[in-house]
Design a protein around this ligand. Structure first.
Ligand SMILES: [Zn+2]
Ligand SMILES: [Zn+2]
Length: 175
């Protein structure tokens, strides 16, 4: 059975579909305990932190998406070629330490939000109560058991963002 879903990200809406048993999913905020095993998805626990380690967090549950977004807002906010964000609508999230240092910036007139450590500036998860959790993949300290689902907003990518596979690679600093 097909379940259609929409991920809203910044000002973008991404339409997708799951080929899964629909009544095992509640799309907004319901805990997945019990549903996970029936749906065949795994419960995963992720831990993460900022660069200065004042802020640490844990996420337990199921990821619903992993997108590399090349839009101009993500490029500006990350200072890089693209944002890399994990999404979950159902996982349990908790700040382990330093919650008071996690500040959220919302771009006026849009739904774009970015959470960061007010000491070191590192990207941190944005928690929208009962809606979704957006976790910058680089803030996670453990392995992520999911490959990116897609590059999105390729129409907005930087002009130098191409053929990365052909760029010289070094294990450390170039010699
Ligand atoms: Zn920090
Ligand atoms: Zn974006």
């Amino acid at each position: 059975m097909v379940v259609k879903f929409i991920i809203t990200y910044g000002n973008h809406r991404i339409l997708g579909r799951w080929l899964q048993v629909p009544n095992l999913y509640k799309l907004a905020g319901a805990p997945l305990v019990g549903a996970r095993s029936k749906a065949g998805t795994r419960t995963m626990k992720y831990s993460g932190s900022c660069l200065c380690k004042k802020v640490t967090f844990e996420l337990e549950g199921h990821l619903s998406g992993f997108f590399l977004c090349h839009c101009s807002r993500c490029r500006k906010a990350t200072g890089s070629a693209h944002g890399a964000n994990l999404f979950s609508k159902t996982a349990t999230f908790r700040w382990v330490s330093g919650k008071e240092h996690a500040k959220t910036f919302r771009l006026e007139g849009t739904r774009f939000a970015r959470t960061f450590c007010d000491v070191c500036g590192s990207a941190l998860p944005t928690v929208e109560e009962n809606v979704r959790i957006v976790v910058p993949a680089g803030s996670v300290d453990c392995d992520v058991d999911r490959r990116p689902d897609a590059h999105i907003f390729m129409s907005s990518k930087a002009n130098w963002d191409k053929d990365f596979e052909q760029v010289a690679k070094f294990e450390g600093l170039p010699r």
